[in-house]
Write a protein that binds this ligand. Structure first.
Ligand code: HEC
Ligand code: HEC
Ligand code: HEC
Ligand code: HEC
Ligand code: HEC
Length: 171
């Protein structure tokens, strides 16, 4: 008799929306526990150092050691991806952004806005997009020397990825 409910529960847990809510809850919990590694980027690069997409960060403003405002002067990778905790791969997630995001746009943006709090009020940014729906990383790329949206051609390509019908109007 107890088999049916158990199976149902398992099936429900396997649906994507519930699974991602679980991941987000897990990440919020982990963030609050705040178990930062103490090894900074070096600890992460032991595993992620061969991934060129990851190391491209060091050619960008966020990977620079030149300014005390940079993530590299703070908790380094964990400034954005949250505390490592027990993360060693799939066993425990890290906060992720962009196409592979595993938390809401609002939570992702709160990470960015912890340093760019002026950005939300800025004319262009504030007026057109509700940042509880659109993530900063829907437009911006971080692990790259040149964020495409900051160049004129890249900006149009980024906008039209969502606003296809308005492409002509915007030009
Ligand atoms: C300023 C915030 C920020 C910092 C600092 C940062 N990242 Fe990221 N990371 C991102 C964003 C945003 C993405 C999503 C892809 C993108 O926008 O480039 C990402 C994606 C990733 C991914 C996933 C790539 C994939 O295939 O999905 C890994 C792994 C990663 N970062 C590791 C690191 C490591 C290691 C460091 C430190 C050397 C680091 N990150 C520092 C913001 C950051
Ligand atoms: C022992 C190896 C190891 C270490 C150390 C490690 N990672 Fe990972 N990480 C992985 C693997 C493997 C994956 C890929 C999991 C998958 O394919 O889904 C991953 C995935 C990720 C992702 C994508 C989101 C996710 O959870 O799948 C991010 C972001 C990330 N790592 C950031 C970091 C950061 C930042 C550090 C340092 C604080 C770090 N990692 C340390 C092995 C490691
Ligand atoms: C620890 C603080 C910190 C965090 C967190 C942070 N940034 Fe930055 N960001 C900086 C600094 C410092 C610069 C370089 C100086 C400047 O342009 O303000 C910068 C520059 C930028 C730029 C301009 C890049 C360029 O090439 O000129 C963009 C866009 C940006 N950040 C977006 C983001 C987004 C999106 C996030 C969240 C994923 C984020 N930042 C998280 C500190 C931070
Ligand atoms: C709809 C696309 C889009 C979204 C969403 C977006 N940006 Fe931008 N961002 C741009 C464009 C385009 C520029 C360059 C033109 C400009 O400055 O207005 C820019 C410029 C920037 C700059 C550097 C230039 C400056 O004015 O200092 C920073 C920093 C930045 N954005 C941060 C953020 C943060 C943080 C978020 C999320 C709260 C965000 N952006 C969301 C498109 C976007
Ligand atoms: C991730 C998808 C996405 C991207 C990328 C994006 N937008 Fe949007 N945009 C939206 C959404 C969703 C809305 C509606 C927001 C709302 O209703 O509050 C919107 C609204 C707007 C509006 C207001 C439209 C109106 O009728 O009031 C303008 C203008 C706009 N976007 C311009 C841009 C520009 C310029 C870019 C590139 C720099 C861009 N968008 C990139 C999703 C996106």
């Amino acid at each position: 008799m107890t088999r049916i409910p158990t199976l149902l529960l398992l099936l429900l847990c396997a649906t994507p929306s519930l699974a991602s809510d679980d991941v987000q809850a897990q990440l919020i919990d982990k963030f609050q526990q705040g178990q930062y590694s103490g090894k900074g980027a070096d600890g992460c690069l032991m595993c992620h150092g061969r991934d060129e997409q990851v190391t491209a960060l060091f050619a960008s403003p966020h990977g620079s050691l030149d300014t005390s405002a940079s993530p590299m002067a703070k908790l380094q990778c964990e400034t954005c991806h949250g505390p490592q905790g027990k993360h060693r791969g799939k066993n425990e997630p890290m906060i992720n952004f962009g196409d592979e995001a595993n938390v809401s746009a609002e939570l992702q943006n709160s990470v960015c806005l912890s340093c760019h709090e002026d950005t939300e009020r800025r004319d262009w940014h504030g007026s057109r997009h509700d940042f509880s729906e659109v993530a900063c990383t829907d437009c911006h790329q971080i692990h790259t020397a040149d964020d495409p949206v900051l160049s004129p051609a890249g900006e149009i390509a980024t906008c039209t990825s969502c606003h296809s019908s308005e492409a002509a109007d915007m030009m």
